[in-house]
Design a protein around this ligand. Structure first.
Ligand code: SAM
Length: 273
């Protein structure tokens, strides 16, 4: 049996009783970083063989793990923080396990994106998670824009050295967007700051951010002047694979304008070209 085990995102006390029980009965444990998992296991007096299982070794280890599972070996899977497969290795193995009909289950526990969402107080009925913000400026910008258009809360991971520049981009795109920065969750210096980009830029310029960060953007309305239609429509089409008609419908919702007005403006523009 494969156990995909959510552990902790900083505070060792957040691991569940069930996770500890399962870890104790595993024959071995796959770890993103054996040194980090050893700290957790030592803390709870669990001594088990640990095997390295990170994004570079995932493929290589797969065959042996599947063979062990076929023979009934009990295997735990831990990542360095929180829930495996969430911006962490494990999904490819799970796909193989499903394909082969081998037994596996997942143990629930902390996950930083959910923790950030709860602490932000932003709407949680509908949200999207975008992983790590791309290092490439143009891709990162595209993602930030799609966050501002999303009809719900958007969540991504940002390294501390890129937080202020990311907030500056958000300021340029929508100075009135409501942003949340959840930092060092469950740890001593936990903080969750909310506000418009300019407020957060000031805060983090005065208090340079350290540690781990979840960035959240609350659903917001964009003003047409901020992004002209001839940029908005192609962006919506590309980001959400929409036809022009569907993009017009979405733009109307985002801009809070009747569909007909957007449609007429688009037509005028197309005829001018
Ligand atoms: N699988 C993890 C989870 O379930 O939270 C996420 C792993 S991802 C490789 C690491 C990123 O998650 C960090 O760079 C940070 O953006 C976010 N993160 C992890 N722990 C965090 C914490 N305690 N506070 C804020 N963000 C955290």
């Amino acid at each position: 049996m494969l156990y995909v085990i959510s552990s902790h995102i900083g505070n060792l006390g957040d691991i569940t009783l069930r996770a500890l029980e399962i870890l104790k009965k595993c024959n071995y444990i796959l770890c993103e970083d054996t040194r980090r998992s050893r700290i957790l296991l030592d803390h709870f007096g669990i001594q088990k063989p640990l095997k390295s299982f990170h994004k570079f070794s995932e493929k290589k280890e797969e065959k042996g793990i599947l063979e062990d599972l076929r023979e009934g070996v009990e295997i735990g899977l831990l990542s360095d923080a929180g829930t495996p497969t969430i911006a962490d290795p494990g999904r490819e193995l799970i796909v193989k396990v499903i394909e082969e009909g081998l037994p596996f289950t997942a143990l629930p526990g902390p996950c930083s994106l959910i923790q950030g969402l709860v602490l932000s107080g932003f709407p949680s009925e509908r949200f999207q998670f975008l992983g790590f913000l791309s290092k490439k400026e143009s891709e990162g910008l595209k993602v930030l824009r799609s966050m501002l258009f999303f009809n719900g809360t958007s969540i991504c991971y940002v390294p501390p050295n890129r937080l202020v520049s990311t907030l500056e981009y958000l300021y340029q795109l929508s100075p009135v967007a409501n942003i949340g920065v959840a930092r060092e969750l469950t740890k001593i210096h936990e903080e969750c700051v909310r506000g418009i980009p300019s407020q957060l830029i000031t805060h983090f310029k005065n208090n340079p951010p350290k540690g781990e960060i979840v960035l959240l953007v609350e659903k917001g309305k964009i003003e047409e002047e901020e992004i002209p239609l001839d940029e908005l429509l192609p962006l919506l089409q590309e980001s959400f694979s929409l036809s022009l008609k569907e993009a017009i419908k979405m733009a109307a919702k985002l801009l809070g304008k009747p569909k007909k007005i957007i449609y007429n403006k688009t037509h005028e523009r197309i005829h001018k070209v």
